[in-house]
Each structure stands twice: as structure tokens, then as C-alpha cells.
Design a protein around this ligand. Sequence first.
Ligand SMILES: *Cc1c(COP(=O)(O)O)cnc(C)c1O
Length: 354
Amino acid sequence: MKKHNYSAGPCILPQEVFEQAAASVLNFNNLNLSILEVSHRSKDIVAVMEEAQALVLELLNLENKGYEVLFLQGGASLQFLMAPYNLLKSKAAYLDTGTWSSNAIKEAKYIGNVEVVASSKENGYRHIPKGFNIPSDADYFHCTSNNTIYGTQIKSFQNSPVPVVCDMSSDIFSRVLDFSKFDLIYAGAQKNMGPAGTTLVVVKKDLLGKTGRAIPAILDYETHIAKESMFNTPAVFAVYVSMLTLRWLKNLGGISAIEKINNAKAELLYAEIDRNPLFKGYASPDDRSNMNVTFNLADGVSGEVFDGLWKAAGINGLNGHRSVGGYRASMYNALPLESVQVLVEAMQTFEKKA
Ligand SMILES: *Cc1c(COP(=O)(O)O)cnc(C)c1O
């Protein structure tokens, strides 16, 4: 039986997407060729790229608003460098809410001045700083919408006097937001959109070309816009599986439909964490992520029995990130509510046995 997969990334995708992807590895579009062996310039693959780009704009409600959609490589980690390379002229403002934000800050410092406007590092990144000042002389403000490792999520985005760049790797397409408030959004596909190997970039075109800096071609967003994400060979299969996942999401009713399911999953699990005396949540309740739920055993409780229970229940990937320990239940779009019910039952069985 298929496992209940709580892996943080690469992660669960819809079963029907796995089936379609598998069929296309054997015979893509009835071409009697595998999708893995056809040219990225062939019309069938160009159509995949175009459909993927169109679905991104449609689902994010960003059609005809001056945005370009790119499918690049190098992961979200390369975007930590590429964004400042393309946008940072004199100074950028960064919000530090965890490991990924601090990695983004580190890379931006190679390019120019970075002002960290607020950080929650001193309390182990358990909360999202609020009410900070975004300097109006910054070229942009960078934030991380969902902190995959610590399990926090920005619930309401502060108004910014400067363009906003957001790493949405682990919660893109999971909740309704006014995406037009963001000027550059990037996301590694493997958290909530598809398999590892491609990175989504949604960028407002009028943001570009303002630094006066010469940018190497492969790091220049304008190159990839001009070449429609085919400056070099794109990660064809990863883009294809992302496209299938976006189609699945659209057929389900889009982001507003999946948001309701995601809210139900999060409410169910957080209610059990708060009720069950053997567990405690990690993140501050106001800032809890609906995607990555982090929790620990209560003081003095040993986890051996619980670990045996969830593994026996067919659950995979519940261990916390290696840097923080504890447990982390990653509940991306494709994880069904039934998987959360199975986890909650294991937690309740553990309580009865203790
Ligand atoms: C996983 C993750 C990254 C790193 O993504 P890669 O594609 O592995 O480079 C960056 N930011 C966030 C929020 C993540 O969850």
C-alpha cells in the first residue's frame, strides 16, 4: 500500500500525476517516444512549457499584469544569488525568519549591501517578526513566505514601499494571496509543485535591467525571458510533471479549493498537538505553518513507542529537519486529509499506551 508521505521535499505529488508521468516515460503523446528522449525544441515539449507557464499565471491570478514565468535550474538556492544579481543596485532589505532566509542573506551579500530589517533567530525562529521598518531607499524587500524547517508562515504581508521578492518554495499554490503584491516570486518545484530539478520564477518584467551591472547570460532573467526558458536545455521532465500537477490543481478548483483542504488538515493536526499531553508544538501559534507542522515530545517523554506506531501505520518522513530534530509533518497540497487522520490516530494510540 502507498505510504502516507510527510516528506518535506522532494515530496508527495498526486497519484494520478505519477501515473500520467509514468505513462509518458514509456510513450509520450502517442509519439511512440519517451518524453525523456525527445528534443526540448519539439512542438510537443514547447506546448508543455507554454501550458505550464499559462497555468502558473492563471492559478496565481497574474494574467496580463506584466509578469513573466520561467522554469530554471539550480534550485531556489540559485535564486538566492540570481535575485540580487538582477535587482540589487545599492541596498536590499531582508527579513530573517530561518535557515533559508539566512542563506538568501548570505548570497545577497556577495552582490551588495544587505540590511536585515528583523530576525527571529534569538528564539530559534519560532515566530515571524512583525511591525518592522522596510527602508524606502532599498532596491527591494526579500522575505520567505513559509519556513520549511521551523514550521512558521507569514500570515499577513506588511505593505512595502519597495518591490517585494519572496521565496515561496514551500507554500506556493497552497493558499489564496494577492500575488500581484509581489514583484518576484521564486520556488523550488519539489515542495509543492512538482519533482526536483526545476525552479519556478515569476517576475515582473519592468523590475529588470535597472542595476547597470553586466550580468552573465545564464544568471540574467532577461536572457531566460527572451529564450522562453530554453536558453539552455531545460529540465523537461520536471517541467512536465509540474505542469501535470498544476493541471490537477486547476481541475480541483484552483488555489481557493486546495486552501480549504489545507486548512482542514492543519486544524486537525494542530488540535491534536495542543490537546495531547505527550506533545508540544514548536512554532508560536499565531505564526504556525499550514504546510510544515513542527512538534516535539513533551518534556521527559520518550519517542520510541511513538516512532514504532507511526512507522507501523505506513507513515513516511515524519522526522524533523536534521538541524532541529523533533517531528515535522509536511502537508503539501497532494497529501490527503486521510493521511492526517492516520497520524492523529497514531498520536492518540501513543497516549493510551503511555
Ligand atoms: C527547500 C527550500 C529551499 C532550497 O531549495 P533548493 O531547490 O533545494 O535549492 C529554499 N527555500 C525554501 C523556503 C525551501 O523550503
